[in-house]
Ligand binder design. Structure first.
Ligand code: HEC
Length: 148
């Protein structure tokens, strides 16, 4: 079963699969807490994004986007990343890396981070907050921000 097809199963079924109910070699209950298994099953059921519907893989650009809407939505991000996307440096002081660069270099990772948040940091996931269209708008706007 591919992870993508997993969405057709119920959360309870997915939790069972992660506990090895269907295949003992697929038992993660020793390494994942009960809470983690619940979270992971919910993520597979509801959280996966079909990037092929959002991004032109060759051009690395959103398939359909509205910059004005993207700019408005970016207000959420600007609280931490600032209006020009340079509020948080993912690189080093000598070689700074900002959203303007990451979003062009790796639009897939950018969308994933927007959707799911950045683990271990205060960056929240936008799952349930933004629509997929708003995420494409946001990606287009992020790609218009300065790289340095
Ligand atoms: C509450 C503060 C906060 C908000 C709001 C926020 N971020 Fe972040 N973001 C962070 C932090 C902190 C990091 C991790 C920085 C690091 O890894 O050095 C991060 C990381 C990222 C990354 C990953 C960079 C990498 O290295 O992979 C991207 C892309 C990103 N943010 C885009 C956005 C976008 C777009 C929004 C708006 C939907 C947003 N962020 C909202 C705080 C925030």
């Amino acid at each position: 079963m591919g992870v993508w097809e997993g969405r057709n199963k119920s959360v309870v079924e997915l939790m069972g699969i992660l506990r090895g109910n269907t295949n003992p070699q697929h038992d993660f209950s020793k390494v994942l807490s009960s809470r983690d298994i619940t979270d992971l099953a919910n993520f597979i059921k509801y959280g996966l994004l079909d990037m092929s519907k959002l991004v032109d893989y060759k051009a690395k650009k959103p398939l359909q986007a509205d910059l004005t809407s993207g700019r408005a939505v970016f207000g959420i991000c600007a609280a931490c990343h600032l209006e020009d996307g340079k509020g948080i440096n993912f690189g080093t002081p000598e070689k700074p890396v900002y959203i303007g660069f990451i979003s062009k270099d790796n639009p897939f990772e950018t969308l994933h981070k927007i959707w799911a948040g950045q683990p271990g940091t205060r960056m929240p996931g936008m799952y349930g907050v933004l629509t997929q269209q708003q995420m494409m708008d946001l990606l287009a706007y992020s790609q218009s921000l300065p790289e340095e």
